[in-house]
Ligand binder design. Structure first.
Ligand SMILES: Nc1nc2c(ncn2[C@@H]2O[C@H](COP(=O)(O)OP(=O)(O)OP(=O)(O)O)[C@@H](O)[C@H]2O)c(=O)[nH]1
Ligand SMILES: [Mg+2]
Length: 420
Protein backbone atom coordinates (compact mmCIF):
# COMPACT_ATOMS: atom_id res chain seq x y z
CA UNK A 1 0.00 0.00 0.00
CA UNK A 2 1.29 3.47 -0.89
CA UNK A 3 2.34 5.67 1.99
CA UNK A 4 -0.38 8.17 2.92
CA UNK A 5 0.84 11.72 3.22
CA UNK A 6 -0.64 14.93 4.68
CA UNK A 7 0.52 18.16 3.01
CA UNK A 8 0.85 21.29 5.15
CA UNK A 9 1.14 24.87 3.88
CA UNK A 10 1.33 28.07 5.89
CA UNK A 11 -0.09 31.48 4.97
CA UNK A 12 1.69 34.55 6.32
CA UNK A 13 1.04 38.26 5.83
CA UNK A 14 3.23 37.90 2.69
CA UNK A 15 1.56 34.81 1.20
CA UNK A 16 -2.19 34.59 0.81
CA UNK A 17 -4.36 31.49 0.79
CA UNK A 18 -4.60 31.17 -3.02
CA UNK A 19 -0.82 31.32 -3.46
CA UNK A 20 -0.23 28.75 -0.72
CA UNK A 21 -2.90 26.51 -2.22
CA UNK A 22 -1.11 26.66 -5.61
CA UNK A 23 2.14 25.74 -3.93
CA UNK A 24 0.44 22.73 -2.33
CA UNK A 25 -0.80 21.60 -5.76
CA UNK A 26 2.81 21.58 -6.93
CA UNK A 27 3.93 19.84 -3.73
CA UNK A 28 1.28 17.21 -4.45
CA UNK A 29 2.87 16.58 -7.88
CA UNK A 30 6.26 16.23 -6.21
CA UNK A 31 4.90 13.75 -3.67
CA UNK A 32 3.05 11.79 -6.37
CA UNK A 33 6.29 11.56 -8.35
CA UNK A 34 7.64 9.60 -5.38
CA UNK A 35 4.68 7.23 -5.59
CA UNK A 36 2.96 8.35 -2.38
CA UNK A 37 -0.73 8.92 -1.89
CA UNK A 38 -1.91 12.35 -0.78
CA UNK A 39 -4.59 11.93 1.92
CA UNK A 40 -5.33 15.62 2.46
CA UNK A 41 -4.05 19.19 2.37
CA UNK A 42 -3.98 21.39 5.45
CA UNK A 43 -3.43 25.16 5.41
CA UNK A 44 -2.43 27.02 8.58
CA UNK A 45 -2.73 30.83 8.95
CA UNK A 46 0.14 32.41 10.90
CA UNK A 47 1.21 35.94 11.58
CA UNK A 48 4.64 34.83 12.76
CA UNK A 49 6.58 31.65 12.15
CA UNK A 50 7.34 29.84 15.40
CA UNK A 51 11.09 29.10 15.68
CA UNK A 52 10.34 25.97 17.74
CA UNK A 53 7.42 24.35 15.84
CA UNK A 54 6.92 26.49 12.72
CA UNK A 55 3.15 26.44 13.44
CA UNK A 56 1.21 26.95 16.69
CA UNK A 57 0.62 24.28 19.35
CA UNK A 58 -3.13 24.24 18.68
CA UNK A 59 -2.57 23.43 14.99
CA UNK A 60 -0.13 20.68 15.95
CA UNK A 61 -2.95 19.09 17.95
CA UNK A 62 -5.34 19.42 14.98
CA UNK A 63 -2.79 17.72 12.72
CA UNK A 64 -2.40 14.98 15.34
CA UNK A 65 -6.13 14.29 15.16
CA UNK A 66 -6.02 14.21 11.35
CA UNK A 67 -3.12 11.74 11.44
CA UNK A 68 -5.12 9.17 13.37
CA UNK A 69 -8.41 9.91 11.61
CA UNK A 70 -6.98 9.59 8.05
CA UNK A 71 -4.33 6.95 8.74
CA UNK A 72 -1.44 9.27 7.75
CA UNK A 73 2.10 7.84 7.61
CA UNK A 74 3.99 11.06 7.03
CA UNK A 75 3.51 14.85 7.12
CA UNK A 76 5.14 17.01 4.44
CA UNK A 77 5.58 20.77 4.88
CA UNK A 78 5.75 22.97 1.80
CA UNK A 79 8.19 25.34 3.48
CA UNK A 80 11.66 24.44 4.54
CA UNK A 81 11.87 23.64 8.24
CA UNK A 82 14.92 24.26 10.39
CA UNK A 83 16.50 21.15 11.93
CA UNK A 84 15.03 22.20 15.32
CA UNK A 85 11.51 22.61 13.94
CA UNK A 86 11.75 19.22 12.23
CA UNK A 87 12.89 17.54 15.43
CA UNK A 88 10.25 19.19 17.60
CA UNK A 89 7.42 18.45 15.19
CA UNK A 90 8.47 14.82 14.94
CA UNK A 91 8.48 14.53 18.70
CA UNK A 92 5.10 16.23 19.08
CA UNK A 93 3.40 14.25 16.30
CA UNK A 94 5.34 11.01 16.66
CA UNK A 95 5.51 10.63 12.88
CA UNK A 96 8.03 11.26 10.13
CA UNK A 97 8.08 14.90 9.00
CA UNK A 98 9.63 16.13 5.79
CA UNK A 99 9.91 19.42 4.01
CA UNK A 100 9.91 20.40 0.32
CA UNK A 101 13.72 20.23 0.06
CA UNK A 102 13.72 16.71 1.52
CA UNK A 103 11.14 15.62 -1.07
CA UNK A 104 13.01 17.22 -3.99
CA UNK A 105 16.27 15.60 -2.86
CA UNK A 106 14.59 12.20 -2.71
CA UNK A 107 13.22 12.59 -6.26
CA UNK A 108 16.68 13.53 -7.50
CA UNK A 109 18.16 10.52 -5.66
CA UNK A 110 15.59 8.22 -7.31
CA UNK A 111 16.08 9.63 -10.81
CA UNK A 112 19.89 9.91 -10.87
CA UNK A 113 21.30 7.45 -13.40
CA UNK A 114 24.78 8.62 -14.40
CA UNK A 115 27.82 8.72 -12.12
CA UNK A 116 27.85 12.52 -12.33
CA UNK A 117 24.21 12.93 -11.30
CA UNK A 118 24.58 10.33 -8.53
CA UNK A 119 27.63 12.11 -7.11
CA UNK A 120 25.93 15.51 -7.24
CA UNK A 121 22.75 14.25 -5.57
CA UNK A 122 24.65 12.40 -2.86
CA UNK A 123 26.67 15.52 -2.06
CA UNK A 124 23.57 17.73 -1.81
CA UNK A 125 21.71 15.09 0.26
CA UNK A 126 24.54 14.66 2.75
CA UNK A 127 24.87 18.42 3.19
CA UNK A 128 21.12 18.55 3.87
CA UNK A 129 21.30 15.60 6.25
CA UNK A 130 24.30 16.72 8.32
CA UNK A 131 22.50 19.25 10.58
CA UNK A 132 19.42 17.00 10.79
CA UNK A 133 21.14 13.84 11.87
CA UNK A 134 19.43 13.54 15.22
CA UNK A 135 16.15 12.86 13.43
CA UNK A 136 14.62 9.47 13.27
CA UNK A 137 15.74 7.25 10.40
CA UNK A 138 14.81 9.09 7.20
CA UNK A 139 14.06 8.24 3.61
CA UNK A 140 17.16 10.11 2.61
CA UNK A 141 19.42 7.94 4.75
CA UNK A 142 17.82 4.93 3.15
CA UNK A 143 18.57 6.42 -0.29
CA UNK A 144 22.18 7.14 0.51
CA UNK A 145 22.64 4.04 2.59
CA UNK A 146 25.55 2.72 4.57
CA UNK A 147 26.50 5.79 6.56
CA UNK A 148 25.70 4.28 9.94
CA UNK A 149 28.75 2.62 11.50
CA UNK A 150 29.24 1.49 15.11
CA UNK A 151 30.66 4.18 17.37
CA UNK A 152 34.16 3.91 18.84
CA UNK A 153 35.05 4.39 22.52
CA UNK A 154 34.01 7.81 23.84
CA UNK A 155 32.23 8.78 20.64
CA UNK A 156 28.45 8.74 20.31
CA UNK A 157 26.78 7.25 17.25
CA UNK A 158 25.79 10.73 16.06
CA UNK A 159 29.39 11.95 16.33
CA UNK A 160 30.61 8.96 14.33
CA UNK A 161 27.96 9.53 11.66
CA UNK A 162 28.79 13.24 11.41
CA UNK A 163 32.48 12.49 11.04
CA UNK A 164 31.79 9.89 8.35
CA UNK A 165 29.48 12.25 6.48
CA UNK A 166 32.06 15.06 6.52
CA UNK A 167 34.72 12.70 5.14
CA UNK A 168 32.33 11.51 2.44
CA UNK A 169 31.39 15.11 1.55
CA UNK A 170 35.00 16.08 0.95
CA UNK A 171 35.58 12.95 -1.15
CA UNK A 172 32.48 13.74 -3.27
CA UNK A 173 33.64 17.34 -3.76
CA UNK A 174 36.97 16.05 -5.10
CA UNK A 175 35.17 13.67 -7.46
CA UNK A 176 32.99 16.51 -8.75
CA UNK A 177 36.06 18.66 -9.40
CA UNK A 178 37.46 15.84 -11.51
CA UNK A 179 34.18 15.52 -13.45
CA UNK A 180 34.24 19.32 -13.97
CA UNK A 181 37.70 19.14 -15.54
CA UNK A 182 36.62 16.31 -17.89
CA UNK A 183 33.59 18.33 -19.02
CA UNK A 184 35.81 21.36 -19.58
CA UNK A 185 37.98 19.35 -22.01
CA UNK A 186 34.88 18.11 -23.89
CA UNK A 187 33.56 21.65 -24.23
CA UNK A 188 36.83 23.04 -25.57
CA UNK A 189 36.51 20.74 -28.58
CA UNK A 190 33.18 22.37 -29.46
CA UNK A 191 34.30 25.97 -29.48
CA UNK A 192 33.23 26.83 -33.02
CA UNK A 193 29.53 26.11 -32.66
CA UNK A 194 26.78 28.53 -31.70
CA UNK A 195 25.47 27.07 -28.45
CA UNK A 196 21.82 27.10 -27.49
CA UNK A 197 20.73 25.86 -24.05
CA UNK A 198 17.24 24.74 -23.08
CA UNK A 199 16.58 25.67 -19.47
CA UNK A 200 13.31 26.13 -17.63
CA UNK A 201 10.77 24.84 -15.22
CA UNK A 202 10.60 21.10 -14.67
CA UNK A 203 8.07 19.25 -16.86
CA UNK A 204 7.75 22.25 -19.20
CA UNK A 205 8.73 20.18 -22.24
CA UNK A 206 12.46 20.90 -22.63
CA UNK A 207 13.36 17.32 -23.60
CA UNK A 208 10.38 17.17 -26.00
CA UNK A 209 11.66 20.30 -27.77
CA UNK A 210 15.18 18.83 -27.87
CA UNK A 211 13.87 15.65 -29.44
CA UNK A 212 11.79 17.26 -32.17
CA UNK A 213 14.52 19.74 -33.16
CA UNK A 214 17.42 17.29 -33.20
CA UNK A 215 15.49 14.07 -33.86
CA UNK A 216 16.96 12.57 -30.67
CA UNK A 217 15.47 10.26 -28.12
CA UNK A 218 16.07 11.96 -24.78
CA UNK A 219 13.78 10.53 -22.07
CA UNK A 220 10.41 12.32 -21.90
CA UNK A 221 8.09 11.61 -19.01
CA UNK A 222 5.10 13.24 -17.42
CA UNK A 223 6.86 13.50 -14.10
CA UNK A 224 8.96 16.09 -12.36
CA UNK A 225 12.73 15.96 -12.85
CA UNK A 226 12.82 13.24 -15.51
CA UNK A 227 16.08 14.78 -16.79
CA UNK A 228 19.02 15.15 -14.41
CA UNK A 229 21.91 15.20 -16.87
CA UNK A 230 22.91 17.43 -19.71
CA UNK A 231 22.58 16.10 -23.24
CA UNK A 232 24.15 17.99 -26.13
CA UNK A 233 23.14 17.37 -29.75
CA UNK A 234 23.95 18.98 -33.07
CA UNK A 235 20.99 20.65 -34.73
CA UNK A 236 21.17 21.58 -38.41
CA UNK A 237 18.88 24.59 -38.70
CA UNK A 238 19.69 25.04 -42.41
CA UNK A 239 22.52 24.37 -44.84
CA UNK A 240 24.89 26.91 -43.24
CA UNK A 241 23.77 26.97 -39.63
CA UNK A 242 24.53 24.09 -37.32
CA UNK A 243 24.14 24.74 -33.61
CA UNK A 244 24.72 22.72 -30.48
CA UNK A 245 21.53 22.36 -28.49
CA UNK A 246 21.67 21.25 -24.86
CA UNK A 247 18.92 19.93 -22.61
CA UNK A 248 19.44 19.90 -18.87
CA UNK A 249 17.95 19.52 -15.39
CA UNK A 250 14.78 21.55 -14.75
CA UNK A 251 14.14 24.18 -12.10
CA UNK A 252 11.39 24.46 -9.51
CA UNK A 253 10.35 26.93 -6.84
CA UNK A 254 12.59 26.57 -3.78
CA UNK A 255 15.13 24.31 -5.41
CA UNK A 256 17.44 23.54 -2.46
CA UNK A 257 20.51 25.84 -2.73
CA UNK A 258 23.00 23.02 -2.14
CA UNK A 259 21.38 21.10 -4.99
CA UNK A 260 21.85 24.08 -7.32
CA UNK A 261 25.46 24.32 -6.11
CA UNK A 262 26.26 20.65 -6.64
CA UNK A 263 24.63 20.66 -10.10
CA UNK A 264 26.90 23.48 -11.25
CA UNK A 265 28.89 21.28 -13.61
CA UNK A 266 25.70 19.91 -15.22
CA UNK A 267 24.50 23.48 -15.68
CA UNK A 268 27.87 24.55 -17.09
CA UNK A 269 26.61 23.93 -20.61
CA UNK A 270 24.07 26.72 -20.06
CA UNK A 271 26.87 28.90 -18.65
CA UNK A 272 28.71 28.64 -21.97
CA UNK A 273 25.61 29.20 -24.09
CA UNK A 274 25.35 31.95 -26.69
CA UNK A 275 21.57 31.81 -26.32
CA UNK A 276 19.34 30.50 -23.54
CA UNK A 277 15.81 29.26 -24.27
CA UNK A 278 13.68 29.64 -21.12
CA UNK A 279 10.96 27.03 -21.48
CA UNK A 280 7.70 27.59 -19.58
CA UNK A 281 4.52 25.46 -19.57
CA UNK A 282 1.73 27.91 -20.51
CA UNK A 283 -0.96 25.30 -19.78
CA UNK A 284 -0.06 25.66 -16.09
CA UNK A 285 -2.05 28.47 -14.38
CA UNK A 286 1.10 29.44 -12.45
CA UNK A 287 3.22 29.88 -15.56
CA UNK A 288 4.20 33.48 -14.79
CA UNK A 289 5.43 32.43 -11.32
CA UNK A 290 7.39 29.68 -13.05
CA UNK A 291 9.06 32.27 -15.26
CA UNK A 292 9.94 34.35 -12.16
CA UNK A 293 11.50 31.27 -10.55
CA UNK A 294 13.51 30.49 -13.69
CA UNK A 295 14.78 34.08 -13.82
CA UNK A 296 15.69 34.01 -10.11
CA UNK A 297 17.70 30.81 -10.53
CA UNK A 298 19.43 32.18 -13.64
CA UNK A 299 20.41 35.25 -11.61
CA UNK A 300 21.68 33.00 -8.79
CA UNK A 301 23.77 31.06 -11.30
CA UNK A 302 25.14 34.26 -12.87
CA UNK A 303 23.53 33.41 -16.22
CA UNK A 304 20.96 36.18 -16.47
CA UNK A 305 23.05 38.35 -18.78
CA UNK A 306 23.25 35.69 -21.51
CA UNK A 307 20.90 36.57 -24.41
CA UNK A 308 17.66 34.61 -24.10
CA UNK A 309 14.29 33.83 -25.63
CA UNK A 310 11.24 32.89 -23.58
CA UNK A 311 9.46 29.88 -25.06
CA UNK A 312 5.92 29.23 -23.84
CA UNK A 313 5.23 25.57 -24.61
CA UNK A 314 1.99 23.51 -24.50
CA UNK A 315 -0.23 26.09 -26.24
CA UNK A 316 -2.48 23.14 -27.16
CA UNK A 317 -3.64 22.94 -23.54
CA UNK A 318 -3.73 26.58 -22.49
CA UNK A 319 -6.49 28.75 -21.14
CA UNK A 320 -7.29 31.54 -23.66
CA UNK A 321 -7.66 34.31 -21.03
CA UNK A 322 -4.31 33.43 -19.52
CA UNK A 323 -2.81 33.35 -23.01
CA UNK A 324 -3.98 36.93 -23.78
CA UNK A 325 -2.57 38.14 -20.48
CA UNK A 326 0.80 36.40 -20.94
CA UNK A 327 1.04 37.53 -24.56
CA UNK A 328 0.42 41.13 -23.47
CA UNK A 329 3.18 40.92 -20.85
CA UNK A 330 5.58 38.98 -23.10
CA UNK A 331 5.03 40.15 -26.68
CA UNK A 332 8.48 38.83 -27.66
CA UNK A 333 7.74 35.35 -26.30
CA UNK A 334 7.62 32.35 -28.63
CA UNK A 335 4.40 30.35 -28.33
CA UNK A 336 4.58 26.70 -29.40
CA UNK A 337 3.37 23.19 -28.80
CA UNK A 338 6.25 20.74 -29.03
CA UNK A 339 3.96 17.75 -28.62
CA UNK A 340 1.55 18.80 -31.38
CA UNK A 341 4.30 20.35 -33.53
CA UNK A 342 2.57 23.76 -33.55
CA UNK A 343 4.49 26.96 -34.42
CA UNK A 344 7.87 25.22 -34.34
CA UNK A 345 8.91 27.38 -37.31
CA UNK A 346 8.46 30.49 -35.11
CA UNK A 347 11.01 29.04 -32.71
CA UNK A 348 13.36 28.09 -35.52
CA UNK A 349 13.25 31.61 -37.05
CA UNK A 350 13.64 33.33 -33.68
CA UNK A 351 16.79 31.28 -32.98
CA UNK A 352 18.07 31.89 -36.49
CA UNK A 353 17.48 35.65 -36.01
CA UNK A 354 19.52 35.68 -32.76
CA UNK A 355 22.25 33.64 -34.35
CA UNK A 356 22.48 35.88 -37.45
CA UNK A 357 22.87 38.94 -35.24
CA UNK A 358 26.03 37.30 -33.85
CA UNK A 359 27.36 36.21 -37.23
CA UNK A 360 30.06 37.83 -39.36
CA UNK A 361 30.61 37.28 -43.08
CA UNK A 362 34.36 37.38 -43.68
CA UNK A 363 36.65 37.20 -46.72
CA UNK A 364 39.88 35.55 -45.64
CA UNK A 365 42.91 34.81 -47.81
CA UNK A 366 45.40 32.11 -46.84
CA UNK A 367 48.49 30.85 -48.74
CA UNK A 368 47.76 27.36 -50.09
CA UNK A 369 50.96 26.10 -48.48
CA UNK A 370 49.55 26.93 -45.03
CA UNK A 371 47.46 23.81 -44.71
CA UNK A 372 47.26 24.13 -40.91
CA UNK A 373 45.55 27.55 -41.05
CA UNK A 374 43.20 26.28 -43.78
CA UNK A 375 42.23 23.30 -41.61
CA UNK A 376 41.57 25.51 -38.56
CA UNK A 377 39.39 27.82 -40.64
CA UNK A 378 37.45 24.92 -42.11
CA UNK A 379 36.88 23.44 -38.64
CA UNK A 380 35.72 26.65 -37.02
CA UNK A 381 33.66 28.51 -39.58
CA UNK A 382 31.16 27.75 -42.30
CA UNK A 383 32.79 28.13 -45.72
CA UNK A 384 30.30 29.47 -48.25
CA UNK A 385 32.62 30.08 -51.22
CA UNK A 386 36.29 29.59 -52.09
CA UNK A 387 38.45 31.04 -54.90
CA UNK A 388 41.98 29.99 -55.81
CA UNK A 389 44.45 32.59 -57.18
CA UNK A 390 48.26 32.88 -57.31
CA UNK A 391 49.04 30.20 -54.75
CA UNK A 392 46.39 31.45 -52.27
CA UNK A 393 42.80 30.63 -51.50
CA UNK A 394 40.17 33.20 -50.52
CA UNK A 395 37.30 31.95 -48.42
CA UNK A 396 33.99 33.67 -47.92
CA UNK A 397 32.96 32.30 -44.53
CA UNK A 398 30.39 32.72 -41.79
CA UNK A 399 31.75 32.90 -38.28
CA UNK A 400 30.27 33.79 -34.89
CA UNK A 401 31.69 36.88 -33.24
CA UNK A 402 32.84 34.91 -30.18
CA UNK A 403 34.55 32.28 -32.33
CA UNK A 404 36.09 34.93 -34.56
CA UNK A 405 37.68 36.72 -31.56
CA UNK A 406 39.33 33.42 -30.66
CA UNK A 407 40.31 32.52 -34.25
CA UNK A 408 41.84 35.91 -34.98
CA UNK A 409 44.24 35.49 -32.06
CA UNK A 410 45.15 31.99 -33.16
CA UNK A 411 45.71 32.80 -36.82
CA UNK A 412 46.87 36.40 -36.52
CA UNK A 413 49.98 36.21 -38.73
CA UNK A 414 48.83 33.48 -41.06
CA UNK A 415 45.81 34.98 -42.77
CA UNK A 416 44.78 38.11 -44.56
CA UNK A 417 41.31 39.43 -43.71
CA UNK A 418 39.62 41.78 -46.15
CA UNK A 419 36.53 42.83 -44.23
CA UNK A 420 37.06 42.33 -40.49
N1 LIG B 1 0.00 19.00 -23.95
C1 LIG B 1 1.29 19.08 -24.19
N2 LIG B 1 2.14 18.32 -23.50
C2 LIG B 1 3.47 18.43 -23.75
C3 LIG B 1 3.99 19.36 -24.71
N3 LIG B 1 5.34 19.25 -24.72
C4 LIG B 1 5.66 18.31 -23.80
N4 LIG B 1 4.55 17.81 -23.21
C5 LIG B 1 4.45 16.75 -22.19
O1 LIG B 1 4.96 17.27 -20.96
C6 LIG B 1 5.59 16.22 -20.20
C7 LIG B 1 7.00 16.63 -19.83
O2 LIG B 1 7.78 16.74 -20.99
P1 LIG B 1 9.37 16.70 -20.94
O3 LIG B 1 9.87 17.02 -22.33
O4 LIG B 1 9.86 15.46 -20.30
O5 LIG B 1 9.64 17.94 -19.98
P2 LIG B 1 11.02 18.47 -19.36
O6 LIG B 1 10.95 19.96 -19.33
O7 LIG B 1 12.17 17.87 -20.10
O8 LIG B 1 10.90 17.90 -17.87
P3 LIG B 1 12.03 17.45 -16.81
O9 LIG B 1 13.18 16.85 -17.52
O10 LIG B 1 11.31 16.49 -15.94
O11 LIG B 1 12.41 18.71 -16.06
C8 LIG B 1 5.53 14.98 -21.10
O12 LIG B 1 4.42 14.21 -20.71
C9 LIG B 1 5.33 15.55 -22.49
O13 LIG B 1 4.67 14.66 -23.39
C10 LIG B 1 3.04 20.17 -25.44
O14 LIG B 1 3.36 20.96 -26.30
N5 LIG B 1 1.72 19.98 -25.12
MG1 LIG C 1 13.64 16.64 -19.48
Amino acid sequence: MAERVLLVGVTTPFQNHAVVDNHLVELKDLVLTLGYEVADRFIVNRKHISPALYIGKGKVQEIKRLISMLGIHEVVFDDDLSPTQLRNLEKALNIEIRDRSGIILEIFANHARTKEAKTQVELASLEYLLPRLTRRWTHLERQIGGIGVRSGAGETQIEVDRRLIRTRISKLKKELNKIDRERETQRKGRNSFFRVALVGYTNAGKSTIMNILTKSDVLIEDKLFATLDTTVRQWKIDKYHHVLLSDTVGFIRKLPPNLVASFRSTLQEARDADLILKVIDISNPNCTDHLDTVNEILIELGLFTIPSLTVFNKIDGMDTDLFSQVKRDHPDGIYISALKHLKIDDLRSAILGKLRSEELTLDITVPLANSKAIAILRDNSMIVEQQYLDGSVTFKCLCYRRVWNWLRQRLADEIDVLND
